[in-house]
Unconditional design. Structure first.
Length: 322
């Protein structure tokens, strides 16, 4: 009985300690790790949100870039970090879902080693062709892919990226085929399209819409389920006749597992509040990003749903990164 009492007191002391920490948090700068380079979408979004988040928290928010291995390096770093509420990550589809299938072994488990905080935002991919390609709609592109299997190719920003897997999903749903040619970045993928090295691409809007406005490319469809308010004239895949083709590049905030629940809840509240600020929404919209938000539980459920959706698509494509 004495041992049981001691154990219970130990747990009570631990919970009390965590509660005290949460109430006093934060007492020093909060670090947000970006598992990609400066200027990447997660980096831009984190800096927009972090500026206002620092005011609400009363402490500086430090953005730290740790790129490498498709986002795995920075994400793994946070998964291994001390769960004291001073380290977070803004990560994406790849390190949080797709890479669990693409890699035989990851140095972390995003579903066990990280605590969901909030789904911060997303951006649509835009399927485009050259303006002189003679293809006016997404249906016309798919018809050409069906009529000439293997003769058309598309660029992406890397194996396992949404710009790759979104087309794999399209191929599965439509019984069409095109050859995948990966490039190291969005600008490189778009340049290949403009130069005629590839026939089409479905890459982030921020990379292609300037070229669409300049008349070099034609936007056929957005990858999201609803029309983007930032590109209201571009139809969705569903409106183009492909209701089962939907994909979005999303960004989420997570903490190391075992981070005190009170701290996670506070961070969630503050992020949601910042995402509702008109100036923050305007700045995100200027980068073709849509703010999201929601609870940690909703983010956890969303990640599980994404895993169920993309696992068979990745498996069928044969894509691996090992």
């Amino acid at each position: 009985m004495r041992q049981l009492t001691a154990l219970l007191l130990s747990f009570a002391g631990l919970f009390l300690h965590q509660s005290v920490l949460a109430q006093a948090w934060p007492q020093r700068p909060v670090r947000i790790v970006i598992p990609y380079g400066p200027g990447s979408s997660p980096d831009v979004m984190a800096r927009i949100v972090g500026e206002r988040l620092a005011v609400r928290l009363g402490q500086p928010v430090v953005i730290e870039n740790r790129a490498g291995a498709g986002g795995n390096v920075g994400t793994a770093h946070v998964a291994r970090a001390t769960p004291d509420g001073y380290t977070f990550v803004v990560s994406t589809n790849g390190p949080l879902v797709n890479n669990t299938v693409l890699y035989r072994k990851l140095p972390y488990d995003p579903f066990k080693d990280l605590a969901p905080v909030a789904l911060a935002g997303y951006q649509a991919n835009v399927c485009t062709v050259r303006a002189d390609a003679g293809i006016g709609t997404m249906k016309a592109l798919v018809d050409r892919m069906r009529a000439r299997p293997g003769q058309l190719n598309f660029s992406s920003i890397g194996v396992g990226s949404l710009s790759h897997l979104g087309i794999e999903l399209l191929k599965v749903r439509t019984g069409s085929f095109a050859v995948h040619i990966p490039y190291p970045s969005s600008p490189a993928a778009v340049t290949a399209l403009i130069q005629g090295d590839v026939d089409f691409a479905c890459v982030p809007a921020v990379a292609v819409m300037p070229q669409v406005k300049a008349g070099r490319l034609k936007a056929l469809a957005v990858s999201t389920g609803t029309r983007s308010t930032l590109m209201p004239d571009v139809p969705t895949m569903k409106e183009s006749g492909f209701p089962e083709v939907e994909a979005m590049a999303w960004m989420a905030v997570l903490a190391p597992a075992q981070t005190p629940a009170d701290i996670v809840a506070r961070m969630n509240r503050e992020i949601n509040a910042v995402l509702q600020m008109p100036e923050v929404r305007e700045r995100m919209h200027s980068q073709f990003m849509e703010p999201m938000g929601g609870s940690p539980e909703q983010l956890a459920q969303f990640m599980r749903e994404e895993l169920r959706t993309w696992t068979p698509i990745i498996t069928r494509s044969g894509a691996t990164i090992d």
